[in-house]
Design a protein. Sequence first.
Length: 283
Amino acid sequence: MHRPPVSVIVPFYGDERAASQTMDALAGLELREGDELLVADNTPDGVLAARFPQAFRTAEARQPYSARNEAAARAAGDWLLFTDADCRPRPGLLDAYFEPHPGERAAAVAGEIEPADDGQPTLAQRYAADRRLLSSELFLEHPYKPMAVTANLLVRRAAFVAIGGFAEGIRSGGDADLCWRLQDAGWTLDYRPGAIVGHEHRATVRALLRQAARTAAGTRWLEARHPGFHANAGSGRRAARALAGTVAWPLRGKPERGAFKAIELLVIGTEHVGRLAGNSRVQ
């Protein structure tokens, strides 16, 4: 099949072991002539860039959205594929995005995100998989406007440049903001369920709650930036159902379902607390 060149962009922050895991996962990605891999090393010491020629040190550390913008400025491809260091792309990911080719007004194309096959997922990872926490199919049905996340998102470079790329200096919400600004500029989003990456969900409940708090801060930022968008509708009902399920499911002989409901109750409470925090990214 014929397709245009793609620049794969991955921000990285972690230690040397994580650097090896990230590059091992990316090594299986099938690249054609004209494709390129750009890993934006966001670490203070450049632990990944020191070892791998596909990487470069970013101007600032621990700034994932500015790292993506830096990589995009270096990119040569007509399309930019954003994924994350904790994702495991399938080998034919790039080709799958162009089966069929995106429409002329499509500025972005969302691939699907599935739980990584880790063999023995933890309770927190089973909860995340059960709730489809990063499902592009669900994000594209967002009641405000369709959106997708940078764990697996192909973006037309011309459209990305035209709207100024990602908002910088924030902790969360930049992917939704990008998708909504693209649509405000007259573009559309496509979906390729066969373009799949595996994602390593947070392994502990504590890490899952930290993620929920950060996402909630980003949600409040999005509300201020995009009039008409409001989040947390129905959270009282969600909490009531979660509390009831925490008690009821173990009594029905399904303790893990009860544990999932208990985690959900914690997530709901964390979201309310997280909304009180700022969304600025502090180095």
